[in-house]
Design a protein around this ligand. Structure first.
Ligand SMILES: NC(=O)c1ccc[n+]([C@@H]2O[C@H](COP(=O)([O-])OP(=O)(O)OC[C@H]3O[C@@H](n4cnc5c(N)ncnc54)[C@H](O)[C@@H]3O)[C@@H](O)[C@H]2O)c1
Ligand SMILES: O=C[C@H](O)CS(=O)(=O)O
Length: 496
């Protein structure tokens, strides 16, 4: 049980706080435990079952046993169960938000927003479950009839990150279940409590045992569990959201079993402001795009390119906006910048800031960790001007509250700079010139382009990247494609 000073002691429904893994509808304690901490205070929140390879094998077997009954439910039956899960997620939005803020740190309003966002994938795919249609094709011979079926691919595995502890899970589990596939989830070791609470609500919704399994594991056991999920021939699809580095490892591990892969990987988003932009709108969009989740999202702008003509005005206005940010514990009213998830995250931001300054960047706001605040895992929202392409922040994903501003002259200069990366997830630009909007949108090598907006994700759009930012799309009607297999039927002897 959480100690009563813990934010989790205020849950309206304490039974949502689960700390064991879930296999075949049973909560599993495993051999050891690992601690989960509040990144804002450093205090221990709970200890969670540290499951391993044998538990992963058991979960795969349970999913395989559950598959026949789940796949033979009608689309409407699966849809109804997903809708019930959605209703329960929303009914417990406050508690799920509180659990999320406690273990991930994002401000409570933002956490509750993620609960609604995560739940929206369950709502969306509850509807999409009824639209997984096949085809009939013109026959090439009147004695034949040609059909195309779309059938569930089979047992799916999902490995997910800590920065969106619910949405990155439901964005995978909802389409899998909708398509008729059971799932084994391995959530991030830093944020397992949200995943377990969502799994508890799935059970309450009536999703049968074995259809949704959760393998909680610490960093070392996650590697071992991942190897089992990748090596299993029963697992026919692996969906991973996380760093490109780990994505490469999992992709290689899946090669021997030729699994279908969905990869949502790292980003390095450019944010381009042209001379013809609405300056105030660009400043608002830049702040939203950079400092959401304290800069810890895959689609956060990582590089700010501002055209000569408005460079000084943008720098001044943006710096003034960033100075209004309020850093603190996510449970405090008015706080919009929470802690970074762990010390390594702080060290990376500091490394990027120090490198930029050493190479000539000018600090306008922030620049340092707030070592005296709480756990010491808070970093000042930071802005530097005069950034250049040789800096680490131009090449690496900072994944923190650091905004380097680069100056550019021509439209082509901006496009070339924006595309000079192996990543291709999200990109943004501000312009009110309709010709430029089409020229630049078509030239940017990214899976997603925000034009005069700083936030672009929602459940019914195809979310994903190109180049080394991943494979496939999540959400939208495209999001079901990775969970079905296409089967062609050729029926002869029709005229006999
Ligand atoms: N494209 C997207 O939609 C998206 C969304 C969120 C985060 N991300 C990316 O994720 C990264 C930050 O998240 P993170 O630090 O959790 O990423 P990470 O790659 O370190 O970890 C992600 C998950 O993979 C697990 N993992 C790590 N190494 C593993 C291994 N060898 N075998 C099996 N599992 C392993 C972790 O336990 C965790 O559950 C950033 O690069 C961010 O851009 C991308
Ligand atoms: O960081 C990962 C998320 O996919 C970002 S978003 O909430 O989907 O935009």
């Amino acid at each position: 049980m959480p100690d009563h000073a813990s934010p989790l002691s205020l849950l309206r429904d304490p039974s949502l706080l689960k700390t064991d893994g879930l296999i075949d509808g049973q909560w599993v304690t495993g051999g050891g435990r690992f601690d989960v901490h509040d990144p804002a205070t450093g205090r221990k929140l709970a200890d969670v079952a540290n499951l391993g390879p044998q538990d992963a094998e058991a979960a795969i077997a349970a999913a395989d046993r559950a598959w026949p009954a789940w796949r033979t439910k009608t689309a409407k039956e699966r849809s109804i169960l997903l809708r019930k899960w959605y209703d329960l997620l929303m009914a417990h939005q406050d508690d799920l938000g509180r659990i999320m803020t406690a273990e991930q740190g994002k401000p409570l309003p933002e956490a509750k927003g993620e609960v609604a966002y995560g739940a929206s994938f369950v709502e969306w795919f509850a509807e999409e479950a009824k639209r997984i249609n096949g085809e009939t094709l013109p026959q090439f011979d009147n004695n034949r009839r040609l059909l195309v079926l779309r059938q569930p691919i089979g047992v799916c595995a999902a490995i997910t990150p800590w920065n969106f502890p619910l949405a990155m899970i439901t964005r995978k589990v909802a389409p899998a279940l909708a398509a008729g596939c059971p799932v084994v989830i391995k959530p991030a070791e830093l944020t397992p409590l949200t995943a377990l609470a969502a799994a508890e609500l799935a059970l309450r919704a009536g999703i049968p045992p074995g259809v949704l399994n959760v393998i909680t594991a610490d960093a070392a056991q996650s590697v071992a569990v991942g190897k089992v999920l990748c090596a299993s021939d029963v697992v026919r699809h692996l969906s991973f959201t996380g760093s490109t580095e780990v994505g490469r490892i999992l992709m290689a591990q899946c090669a021997p079993t030729v699994k279908k892969l969905s990869l949502e990987l790292g980003g390095n988003a450019p944010f381009i402001v042209f001379d013809d932009a609405d300056l105030d709108s660009a400043v608002e969009g830049a702040f939203a795009s950079k400092y959401r989740n304290a800069g810890q999202t895959c689609v956060c702008s990582n590089r700010f390119y501002v055209q000569d003509g408005i460079y000084d005005a943008f720098v001044e206005k943006f710096a003034a906006k960033v100075r209004t940010a309020r850093v603190g514990n996510g449970f405090e009213d008015g706080v919009n910048q929470g802690p970074l998830i762990e010390p390594a995250a702080i060290e990376k931001v500091q490394r990027h800031v120090d490198d930029a300054v050493a190479k000539g960047a000018r600090v306008l706001v922030g620049g340092r960790r707030l070592a005296q605040l709480g756990s010491g895992q808070f970093f000042e929202p930071t802005v530097v001007a005069d950034a250049t392409a040789d800096m680490l922040c131009a090449r690496e994903e900072t994944f923190g509250p650091f905004a380097p501003i680069f100056r550019f002259q021509t439209e082509q200069d901006a496009i070339d700079a924006a595309n000079a990366t192996e990543f291709g997830l999200a990109s943004y630009f501000y312009s009110r010139d309709v010709g430029r909007i089409f020229r630049v949108s078509e030239a940017l090598e990214y899976g997603m382009v925000g034009i005069n907006v700083g936030i672009l994700a929602t459940e019914h759009v195809p979310f994903g990247g190109v180049k080394q930012s991943g494979l496939g799309r999540e959400g939208s009607h495209h999001g079901i494609d990775d969970y079905v297999e296409i089967k062609y039927l050729c029926v002869g002897d029709i005229l006999r």
